[in-house]
Design a protein around this ligand. Sequence first.
Ligand SMILES: NC(=O)c1ccc[n+]([C@@H]2O[C@H](COP(=O)([O-])OP(=O)(O)OC[C@H]3O[C@@H](n4cnc5c(N)ncnc54)[C@H](OP(=O)(O)O)[C@@H]3O)[C@@H](O)[C@H]2O)c1
Length: 388
Amino acid sequence: MRTVKAYSISTESIQKERDRVGGDPSKVDVSRVIELDDLELRELGPSDVHMRILAASAEHNVDHAATADTVNIAEARGGKMFPGNSALGEVLAVGDRVTRFAPGDIVITHCNGDPDAYGYPLRIWAYDQPDSLGWYGEEAVVGDWQLLKAPLDCGLNLWEIAALPLRAPTAYHMWRRAIGIYRVKVTREQRATVNVLGFGGGVSELFLMLAKSEGHNAFFCAGSPARREALEKLGIEGIDQKAFNRFAGKDDLKAFSKEVKQRTDGEGMHIVCDMLRGPVFAAGFAAAARQGVNVSSGWQLAQAVDYNTTIASVKQLTLDHTHYETIVGCAPATELYGRVFKPTIHHEVYDFHDLPRCFQEMYENIQTGIPILRVAKDMPASVQKLIP
Ligand SMILES: NC(=O)c1ccc[n+]([C@@H]2O[C@H](COP(=O)([O-])OP(=O)(O)OC[C@H]3O[C@@H](n4cnc5c(N)ncnc54)[C@H](OP(=O)(O)O)[C@@H]3O)[C@@H](O)[C@H]2O)c1
């Protein structure tokens, strides 16, 4: 049995921080909730892979877990969880039934924790999947079904590759669903080019890269100028969300709808990606073109939405809810690293010991791109040339 350092979130650390801030969620300091802990690795089973984590991306679900804003997932997991469901690692050893990987391989994870009969996840790894241990740690033992070979020659650097294991399959799945649903209603013969809108965030950025790569008009409505600029370089038009007060009032919504109409020759958005909900949902709903599709797999600002079903019916709108890609679908999503997915990385690559601060900065929304954690100090020769 081997013990390694890994981060955990516990009901005690959540409660301690809640007590400190008098129960005010806006004052929670996430860095006080996530703690460096000891994790005992299980013995290597015949279908297991033992890997050393080299780098990981920070994922928003950790902030949800630390603030317990949607559900107290640490409590649901028995009082403690080890988070981290996106990682890039080096294989150290494999069980005797593993044929797809060998020591020295560089691998990425997916977080489909428990596929249903059709491959869709019932639960997510290192979140609500019972007994799943996450990858914000020095080493891990995982089933080989949870890994894919990292596409080291895709043209991205190591941090960019590490940004994608969770967000790329999410975006890939949402895009194929949204365009597929739209095509049930409006054929390619009738309209080749559609207008696609995404709101701030890493998944939306990748979703828009997919839309753009297939020749569609793509629009990114975000508050961060740095993230808008990065997408503008790829031909994705930026819309400043703060110019519309993040849709705080009715007038802001009206002004946003007018802007969308102007930018789309009066047509509106055929496809909208909304990972945030809250006030963003109303803006996406108002921006929708006839036969539009609004797709989401996130609820960062609110879990419930409210909309006028008469308007939705008359406009033939579809709201689609997704969770994460099937295991099979994670492979084609990975094929698009570098070709389509060119993620924007936050300017600081965080050291493993700065992980708590990284999550607090994510919570404060002050990062300029997807945040990356460098877990291993010494990197294998196979990835040295990919480190910028
Ligand atoms: N189901 C899944 O598989 C899955 C996968 C990935 C993510 N998610 C969920 O989806 C959500 C987004 O994740 P992500 O990785 O795309 O995002 P992210 O890269 O962490 O970025 C979040 C974005 O939210 C925007 N934002 C922050 N506060 C806001 C506010 N008050 N109003 C409007 N926008 C605000 C920010 O953009 P601007 O400030 O630039 O506008 C920021 O870029 C999270 O809740 C995450 O847990 C789900």
